[in-house]
Design a protein around this ligand. Structure first.
Ligand code: AR6
Length: 175
């Protein structure tokens, strides 16, 4: 069995997972928001490893070590920039979560923390993003029931946390 939980906080401080997910950009060379926080906390070796990866397509995911972070790995994924919903944004966001979970599973990672991908600088509406995020990950867990122990949603502000919490609660009511 696996546990799904939501917390309000800084993903760089999470100590009970093997991997955290970064909401990166196509260059994988750092930026603002959660990406900036992860690079600051991990130290310059993270950027050095990212430079060897030659970027990442939107919806895809790549893995590095965690360096000075409390976790062993960082999974870097690139969310879509919200453009009104006509550019496959929903599908691309679902791909981010699916490909991050797949990469974690393929590397034997059993515990993982996600931020709210695309809902900051990339302006994806939080309610829709939370629905896609929680449902995509839940489907993955149901399809691979013995592969994970913990999925943690780490949300930075009270509103985002309440939206994800409501989605997760809804899920447990359905089970
Ligand atoms: N821990 C958890 N969540 C955080 C943290 C943190 N330390 N810091 C911010 N958030 P964003 P995006 C929340 O903008 O929309 C970067 O420049 C934030 O409040 O980080 O996918 C990249 O390089 C929001 O709820 O990511 C890209 O260019 C969520 O994380 C671009 O931003 C995502 O906000 C990606 O934009």
């Amino acid at each position: 069995m696996y546990l799904i939980k939501t917390i309000k906080g800084d993903i760089t401080k999470v100590t009970d997972v093997q991997a955290i997910v970064n909401a990166a950009n196509n260059s994988l060379l750092g930026g603002g928001g959660v990406d900036g926080a992860i690079h600051r906390a991990a130290g310059p070796e993270l950027l050095a490893e990212c430079m060897t990866l030659h970027g990442c397509e939107t919806g895809e995911a790549k893995i590095t070590k965690g360096y000075n972070l409390p976790c062993d790995y960082v999974i870097h994924t690139v969310g879509p920039i919200w453009n009104g919903g006509r550019n496959k944004e929903e599908e691309l966001l679902a791909n981010c979560y699916f490909n991050s979970m797949k990469l974690a599973m393929d590397n034997g990672i059993r515990s993982i923390a996600f931020p709210s991908i695309s809902t900051g600088v990339y302006s994806f509406p939080v309610e829709l993003a939370a629905k896609i995020a929680v449902h995509t990950v839940n489907r993955f867990l149901q399809d691979n029931p013995d592969c994970f122990d913990l999925v943690e949603w780490v949300l930075f502000d009270t509103h985002t946390e309440s939206v994800y919490e409501a989605e997760v609660d809804q899920l447990y009511k359905m089970i």
